[in-house]
Design a protein around this ligand. Structure first.
Ligand code: ARG
Length: 278
């Protein structure tokens, strides 16, 4: 299923960032003390501080195909291709760190562990209180998944069928799927799991009636791994995925937005998206 609903993912903010970056590049040292001081301050601000010099350290939760998962111990997926392309653009070596999804935004906010959180993270107001987000790079929705042989849960019945005492809905801890289930099926038990793929395994094992996760992931999981399950309903949340960056690292934010814009302009972003959704 194609996800053609994504909007133009790079807005004018990154164009502004690009202009600001260009303006900052032009300064050369003069010969008065004041000018030299100004020039060195500009140079210091230009060098984004990184967890490890020369490296772009990216935190991700590799349980979310087609955005990030492990294949033969290798990180693969749209976000991982994007991480590599960003690192290349920034002239940095890429290092991926595996974190539980609900630990990524806190780790970025705390600093010192990862430079970026790149993990299908929806830009949400509560998260924006803790971290900065890049311009959006992908738009997704939610999907409700149930077993194919469960005739009780369909697009027509799910709002009532799932909102009942005794019904368990499996979600990944700290995700938009979790808050959606809590808000919309208050009579059911929303059961959070650390690992996104565990939600599907639990449902298959009969321990949950439904899974709520992002649409692209739900589609991928039922197509590849859980073929006896199906997406019974798509919910148009229009979630924008962004890259989380520490609030004190405005320079890295500008560089990432600048790089995203360049990757959009040169067609890299489209080819990455088409590789997974073409
Ligand atoms: N987009 C959802 C959110 O931000 C889920 C992301 C889960 N990502 C992952 N790699 N498991 O809450």
């Amino acid at each position: 299923m194609k996800n053609m609903s994504r909007r133009e993912f790079i807005g004018s903010a990154s164009a502004l960032a690009a202009i600001a970056a260009l303006a900052g590049c032009g300064s050369t040292g003069g010969n008065t003390a004041a000018t030299t001081e100004a020039a060195s301050t500009a140079a210091a601000a230009d060098a984004a501080s990184l967890v490890t010099e020369g490296k772009l350290t990216v935190g991700t939760s590799p349980d979310f195909p087609p955005f990030e998962n492990l294949e033969n111990d290798e990180y693969v997926g749209l976000d991982m291709d994007l991480a590599k392309a960003l690192a290349d653009k920034l002239g940095l070596e890429l290092e991926i760190k595996s974190l539980n999804f609900d630990a990524i935004v806190p780790a970025v906010a705390a600093g010192g562990q990862v430079d970026l959180g790149l993990s299908g993270i929806t830009i949400e107001p509560e998260r924006e209180e803790q971290v900065n987000f890049s311009d959006p790079y992908y738009i997704d929705d939610l999907g409700v998944v149930a077993m194919k042989d469960n005739a009780d849960v369909t697009a027509d019945t799910y709002t009532d069928a799932l909102n009942q005492a005794g019904v368990v809905i499996a979600v990944q801890s700290g995700t938009t799927g979790e808050s959606y289930a809590q808000e919309n099926f208050p009579n059911a038990t929303t059961q959070p799991f650390t690992n996104a793929t565990d939600c599907f395994a639990q449902m298959q094992a009969g321990n949950a009636t439904a899974v709520v996760t992002n649409k692209a992931v739900a589609a991928k999981m039922v197509a590849d791994a859980y073929t006896n399950a199906q997406v019974i309903k798509e919910i148009a949340t229009g979630e924008e995925y962004g890259i989380a960056i520490n609030k004190d690292n405005a320079d890295l934010l500008a560089k990432v937005n600048d790089a995203l814009q360049a990757l959009t302009d040169d067609g890299t972003m489209d080819s990455i998206v088409n590789k997974y959704f073409g």
